[in-house]
Ligand binder design. Structure first.
Ligand code: F6R
Length: 606
C-alpha cells in the first residue's frame, strides 16, 4: 500500500529517496513519484508502475535538491496513472499522502470557489490547496494545524514548501509515520524498515501529531499546535537479509524458511529445562479472563479461526472470532473479562488497528500477535506476543501465517495449563510433540515435484474448491485464498459438511477440488464428503497425513501426504503443500508472485 519517504540533508537526496522507495515496494503499489526543492522551485517527477520506471525517468530528467519527498501509491481515488501519482503540488506546496480524505469532495468545492485549479482525481490534492490557501494568512505551524483540523479520514503526510527551503513537515492521523535521525540529516518514513538503511534512531508520531524536520533537529507538535517532546527509540541493529538468495521469489524463500520460523518461535516461548511455556509479564491473572475474542483480516483472520479450535479444545474459555472490518462497526458488547487478541503480520492493518483502538477506548484487555514489533498495533496493545519470523516480503503471507498459528497454539497450551483445563501429563506430551514440529515441516517441504505437475490442472480449470472439517476448515480457506491471490483462479474454501447445502451445485466434470482429510476425528466424515464430490465429477486432490492404512478410493485423482503428527499440529503441515500449489500455479502463469495485482502487503486504508 502507499509509502512515504522524506529526507532533509545537505547532500543531493533524489537517489537515496529512490533506494528507500524500493524498500517500500513490498507494500504493493501502482505508481511512484518524487519532489525536491532546488533553486527555490519544487521539481516533481512521477511514473506509472514500478519505482524502476521512476528511476529511468530521473536519468533523463536530473533532479537536484537536498530536501525532498517520495511516494509509492496504491490507488484509492482515481486511476493508477502518473497524473494521480504523488507528490501533488501547487506552486508553493508539495504533498505525499497515505490514507483517505473522506470529506475531499466538499473541500474541493470550497477550494475551487476560491480559485484553486485541480489536476488529478485524487483526494490528496485538496490537502495541497488547503495548505496553500491557509498559508496566505497563517504561518507554517498554524496553517498545518488549521489544515489538519479540516480533514476527515486518515492520513500520514510529508510536505515541502517552496518558500521554506530548510524543512519538511510530517503529520499523522490513522496512518503510521516515523521520523528518523541521521548525521546532519533527518528523515520521514511510513515505516522504520524504509529508514533502516539510514538510521536506527526513530520517533513514531501518534495520531493528531505533526512535526517539522530540519537537517539538524526535529520539532514535534500536538493537534493544537503546542510543542511537545517525544522519545527517540533505538531499534535493533540486527541486520536481516532481505535478498532472495538462490530463490526466484521471496515467496519461495519464505515458504522454505518456515521450519526456522517454527524453531525460532519454539525457542522463544518454550522453556525446555522446566518443561513449560514462558510468557513473561502477561499482565492479567488467569481468573480475570473468561473469554477470548480473536480479530484479524485475511490470512491473519484464518489464523484466528484456527486458534478458536485450539482454545476450545485446550481451555474452557469461550472463544469468538471476528473480521476486523466487521468488528469495528458493530455494536459490540465489551466485557471486562474478555481478552481481545489482534493478529497481524504487519501490525499496521487499518481495520485491525481500528478494532484495537476501539477496545482500548473501552479499556479492554488487548494483546497483539504481530511480526513487526515496532508497528502501531504492537505499540498500542497492552501486551505483545511477537512471532519473530523475520521480515516477510512476499505480499502473500506464508511464514507469518505459520508464525501466527504457532504463537496462538502456544498461548492456548499455556492458558489451558494455567487454568488447569489441561492435565500436566497431556501438557507435557503436547509440548514434547511441539518440539518435533520444525523437523516435520522440513520433511513436508520435500513434496515438491508432484505439486508442480498438479498445478497444471488448476491452471486449466475455471475454478476450484478447498474443503475441510474442524482444524482443516481454516486451512481450506487459507489454501483457497493463496490460490486466488497468486494465480487469479477462482477458489472457494468451504467446510466439507456444508457442501450439500448449496455449493455442491458448483461441482462439474473435471473441476479440481482439494480435500483436506488428515487422520483426525473428522477423517471419516470428510472422506464421505469427498466421495460426494467425486460422484459428481470432481477431480479430487486429497491432502492427508502419512499412515499405515491406505485411503480406500479408486477415484481419487491425486494424493499428497504430509508427515504424521499429533492432531493439533497437522494444520501446520497441511498448509505447506497448499502454499506450494498456489506458488507453482502462479509461476506457470508467469504472474508477479511477490506482488500480485491489486494487492498490497500492508493494508493501511480501510
Ligand atoms: C494474504 C495476506 C492478507 C493479510 C491481511 C492482513 O496472503 O497476506 O490477507 O493477511 O491483509 O495483514 P496483516 O497480517 O499485516 O494484518
Amino acid at each position: 500500500m502507499c509509502g512515504i519517504i522524506g529526507i532533509n540533508s545537505s547532500r543531493p537526496v533524489s537517489s537515496t529517496i529512490i533506494s528507500s522507495l524500493k524498500k517500500l515496494e513490498y507494500r504493493g503499489y501502482d505508481s511512484a513519484g518524487i519532489a525536491t526543492l532546488s533553486n527555490n522551485e519544487i521539481n516533481e517527477v512521477k511514473s506509472e508502475g514500478r519505482v524502476d520506471n521512476l528511476e529511468n525517468n530521473l536519468l533523463v530528467q536530473k533532479m537536484e535538491g537536498t530536501i525532498g519527498i517520495g511516494h509509492v501509491r496504491w490507488a484509492t481515488h482515481g486511476l493508477p496513472n502518473s497524473i494521480n501519482a504523488h507528490p501533488h503540488s501547487s506552486q508553493n506546496v508539495s504533498v505525499v499522502h497515505n490514507g483517505i480524505i473522506e470529506n475531499s469532495t466538499l473541500l474541493k468545492k470550497f477550494l475551487i470557489s476560491k480559485g484553486h485549479k485541480f489536476k488529478s482525481q485524487t483526494d490528496t490534492e485538496v490537502i495541497v490547496h488547503l495548505i496553500t490557501e491557509n498559508l496566505k494568512t497563517e504561518n507554517i505551524v498554524n496553517s498545518i494545524k488549521k489544515t489538519l483540523k479540516s480533514l476527515h479520514g486518515s492520513f500520514a503526510l510529508g510536505i515541502i514548501f517552496k518558500d521554506q527551503p530548510d524543512l519538511i513537515v510530517g503529520a499523522r492521523r490513522g496512518s503510521p509515520l516515523a521520523v528518523g535521525y541521521g548525521p546532519n540529516e533527518n528523515y520521514l518514513g511510513s515505516d522504520s524498515y524504509a529508514l533502516k538503511a539510514m538510521t536506527n534512531k526513530i520517533t513514531y508520531l501518534n495520531d493528531g501529531e505533526f512535526c517539522i524536520i530540519k537537517k539538524d533537529h526535529v520539532e514535534f507538535f500536538n493537534e493544537d499546535g503546542d510543542k511537545i517532546n517525544k522519545k527517540v527509540l533505538e531499534l535493533s541493529l540486527e541486520d536481516e537479509k532481505y535478498d532472495k538468495g538462490d530463490y526466484k521469489h521471496f515467496m519461495a524463500k519464505e515458504i522454505e524458511e518456515q521450519p526456522t520460523t517454527l524453531k525460532n518461535g519454539i525457542n522463544e516461548y518454550v522453556d525446555t529445562l522446566n518443561n513449560d511455556i514462558n510468557i513473561y509479564n502477561f499482565p492479567w491473572k488467569t481468573n480475570e479472563i473468561s473469554s477470548i475474542t480473536l480479530i484479524g483480516c485475511g490470512t491473519a483472520y484464518h489464523s484466528c479461526l484456527l486458534a478458536k479450535y485450539w482454545f476450545e479444545e485446550l481451555t474452557s474459555l469461550d472463544v469468538n472470532v471476528d473480521i476486523a472490518s466487521e468488528f469495528r462497526y458493530r455494536k459490540n458488547r465489551f466485557k471486562k473479562e474478555t481478552l481481545y487478541i489482534f493478529v497481524s503480520q504487519s501490525g499496521e492493518t487499518a481495520d485491525t488497528y481500528a478494532a484495537l483502538d476501539l477496545c482500548n477506548q473501552n479499556d479492554m484487555k488487548t494483546c497483539a500477535v504481530v511480526n513487526v514489533i515496532e508497528s502501531s498495533i504492537a505499540r498500542d496493545s497492552k501486551f505483545v506476543l511477537p512471532i519473530h519470523c523475520g521480515t516477510e516480503i512476499g505480499v502473500a503471507s506464508t511464514k507469518a501465517f505459520l508464525g501466527q498459528i504457532l504463537i496462538l497454539y502456544i498461548l492456548a497450551l499455556k492458558l489451558g495449563s494455567l487454568r488447569k483445563d489441561l492435565k500436566k501429563e497431556l501438557f507435557n506430551e503436547k509440548l514434547k510433540d511441539l518440539k518435533s514440529l520444525p523437523k516435520l515441516a522440513e520433511k513436508t517441504l520435500l513434496t515438491d515435484n508432484k505439486i508442480q505437475t498438479i498445478s497444471n490442472t488448476f491452471n486449466e480449470a475455471k475454478g476450484s474448491m478447498f474443503l475441510g472439517r474442524g482444524f482443516s476448515f481454516p486451512i481450506a480457506l487459507e489454501g483457497a485464498l493463496k490460490l486466488k491471490e497468486l494465480s487469479y483462479i477462482h477458489a472457494e474454501g468451504y467446510p466439507a459438511g456444508e457442501m450439500k447445502h448449496g455449493p455442491l451445485a458448483l461441482i462439474e466434470e473435471g473441476m479440481p477440488v482439494v480435500v483436506l482429510a488428515p487422520r483426525d476425528n473428522y477423517y471419516k466424515k470428510t472422506i464421505s464428503n469427498m466421495q460426494e464430490v467425486i460422484a459428481r465429477g470432481a477431480k479430487v486432490l486429497l491432502v492427508t497425513n502419512r499412515s499405515k492404512d491406505e485411503v480406500v478410493s479408486e477415484n481419487i485423482w491425486e494424493k499428497i501426504e504430509v508427515e504424521s503428527a499429533n492432531e493439533d499440529l497437522l494444520p501446520f503441515l497441511l498448509t505447506i503443500p497448499l502454499q506450494k500449489l498456489a506458488y507453482y500455479s502462479a509461476l506457470k502463469k508467469g504472474f508477479d508472485i511477490d506482488k500480485p495485482r491489486n494487492l498490497a502487503k500492508s493494508v493501511t486504508v480501510e
